[in-house]
Design a binder for this molecule. Structure first.
Ligand code: DQA
Length: 148
């Protein structure tokens, strides 16, 4: 029997991910982020995890929310969108917080433009999941659960 406090995770999305469902449906599908988040919540609860969501298009807001993981969460699944490829501020924020982060992408970034092949976040995350659409989030949560 498991005991102790219920683990709490944060699922974070960066710029333009609020546009999923409208934005490039051939790449990101036609479901809205809101509807994907509902599915994610049910999935996380099924694993016995409490799950909060945060989305911002603003780098500094994402940095501040990452800082909050230190005291408010046990770990984080992060799709930083395009910031993945160049935000040293987000990378340093993850480094500053001694909690597990899983980097996720809906699309297979390695089969797309060259600039998407590089992530400045991967080295400070526990692992990376890319290419499985909304299921990338579920896979990320499952991986995170295994290390809590
Ligand atoms: C993304 C991939 C990024 O390259 C892109 O800028 C995004 C979404 C993905 O989920 O596939 O905004 O992180």
């Amino acid at each position: 029997m498991e005991c102790g406090k219920i683990k709490k995770i944060l699922v974070m999305n960066g710029p333009n991910l609020n546009m999923v469902g409208i934005r490039e449906p051939g790449v990101y599908g036609s479901e809205t982020l809101e509807s994907i988040n509902e599915e994610i919540k049910a999935y996380a609860e099924g694993l016995g995890l409490e799950c909060d969501f945060y989305q911002s298009n603003v780098e500094g807001e994402l940095v501040s929310k990452i800082h909050s993981v230190l005291k408010d969460y046990d770990g984080c699944v992060l799709n930083a969108g395009a910031y993945t490829h160049y935000s040293y501020a987000i990378r340093d924020a993850i480094s500053a917080v001694n909690k597990p982060f899983i980097e996720v992408h809906m699309s297979n970034v390695h089969s797309r433009e060259e600039f998407r092949h590089k992530s400045v976040l991967s080295a400070v995350c526990k692992g990376v999941i890319a290419g499985f659409g909304k299921n990338s989030y579920m896979l990320g949560i499952s991986a995170l659960k295994g290390m809590l």
